[in-house]
Design a protein around this ligand. Structure first.
Ligand code: PGA
Length: 248
């Protein structure tokens, strides 16, 4: 089973969301996989309504605040996301970390909030181009994972990881299957150490960064790559269905 997740970022308002779901024809193999869509929070209700009763598509929120409520203009809480129909929450996406200055500590607090309200966190880690050139991939992804692990493992409950090298996001530059396998292997070893192999094996590690229908198959075949987190190529219903099909 693979996880195919679409992160729509700041695309698709309620109308476009409705259109996406009305033209989405998932391939026959979709039921064998976990298919997730992360619309904008404003489009979540439209996605809930438009996906109808197709249980094959599950929905998530792209970002939450760590508090449950309060004077935090512009933010939404995990409880609200859950009430609106989200089952998953992206946490620590590199655009949040780099464009909005989100720290490892804030990522942990958001993970705690997601877990408190029954949202499954999808925690993103990944190095910048400079960090890769300096040979620091392992150090960076392990620092990000280690900061999150106490909160992730502090109580039971599911979580997912996503390895998203910053230089590959939205750039058309994709990590090779070998690059992905190397970083995923590093993360997997740490998960095995922290959780034991049996619980670790239930934590999928997704790859993200310029995944397209024509490279998804090779990436999904790479060692320790359990799914993909896709931005641009998830916006079109036909392309999204082709990504699910690539999971075979
Ligand atoms: P991309 O985005 O597929 O457009 O590179 C991936 C992501 O940021 O989740």
């Amino acid at each position: 089973m693979a996880v195919i997740a679409g992160n729509w970022k700041m695309h698709h308002g309620p109308g476009a969301t409705q259109q996406f779901f009305s033209s989405l024809v998932l391939p026959a193999n979709a039921g064998a996989h976990e298919v997730l869509v992360f619309p904008t929070s404003l489009s979540l209700a439209a996605a809930v309504a438009a996906r109808g009763r197709d249980p094959r598509v599950q929905l998530g929120i792209q970002n939450i605040h760590w508090e449950d409520k309060g004077a935090f203009t512009g933010e939404v809480s995990a409880a609200m996301a859950r009430e609106a129909g989200a089952a998953f929450a992206l946490v620590g996406h590199s655009e949040r970390r780099h464009l909005f200055g989100e720290t490892d500590d804030e990522v942990s607090r958001k993970i705690a909030a997601a877990k408190r309200h029954g949202l499954v966190p999808v925690v993103c880690v990944g190095e910048t181009l400079d960090e890769r050139r300096q040979g620091r991939v392992e150090e960076v992804v392990l620092r990000q994972l280690d900061a999150a692990l106490p909160t992730l493992t502090g109580s039971d409950g599911r979580f997912l990881l996503a390895y998203e090298p910053v230089w590959a996001i939205g750039t058309g530059e994709t990590a090779t299957p070998d690059d992905a396998a190397a970083a995923h292997g590093t993360l997997r070893v740490r998960l095995d150490e922290a959780l034991g192999p049996s619980r670790s094996s239930r934590v999928p590690i997704l790859y993200g960064g310029s995944v397209k229908p024509d490279n998804a198959r090779d990436l999904l075949a790479a060692r320790d790559v359990d799914g993909v987190l896709v931005g641009g190529a998830s916006l079109d219903a036909g392309s999204f269905a082709a990504l699910v099909e690539a999971a075979a």
